[in-house]
Design a protein around this ligand. Sequence first.
Ligand code: PLP
Length: 224
Amino acid sequence: MQEPTLANRLLGIKSALPAGVELVAVSKTYPAEKIMEAYEAGQRIFGENRPQEMARKYEELPKDIEWHLIGHLQTNKVKTVVPFVRMIHSVDSARLTEAIQKAAQAAGRTIDILLEIHVADEESKSGWEPQELAEYVRSGAFDRMPNLRVRGVMGVATNTDDERIVRRDFEALRRIKEELAPCFGTDFDTLSMGMSHDYPLAIECGATMVRIGTAIFGARDYSK
Ligand SMILES: *Cc1c(COP(=O)(O)O)cnc(C)c1O
């Protein structure tokens, strides 16, 4: 049997997503030609984790692509993405939130953001501690940031084969999203969770956006 093409893999995943679940094709480390293969198969939302790499690809590729930043963003890199980014999934501190507001205002843009929550067992995973975020939201900070549209919550589950733990993390994200929702308007409708190895479970737990890289593009080669 022939190897499925990139377009076959993409369309296979897409056609199995329930209505209302959006696909972010995570193209980090893959070259522009691979992104074009997915683009020609109809994909328009791409996720990157490095600001400079995303800016370079934005310059090179069709302008109707929606670029989503999914990786950690340093405040000094905010200006690199603010002119064109569609959504920042990885907003994980007050300092970063305020830096994005400031840059968005200067650029005359309104930017969709997600609040990244730390739910995984790993110390190293980034994100707000739920308590700390709840306090920040209750302080009314977002009322003073008219250039940010807070669209929801994002998270990464613990990297384990133990489905109970992964489910626990996804359910925690969903619960936090539901708890925060009354503090925001009807735009607060997004729950970004699930990657190549765990997205079916994420969808079962209520994901409205999944971030899938290797299952579409193949294994990444970090040596290049
Ligand atoms: C790389 C990455 C993904 C996609 O991971 P795959 O295993 O390639 O599907 C999703 N979310 C984040 C935050 C990532 O960094």
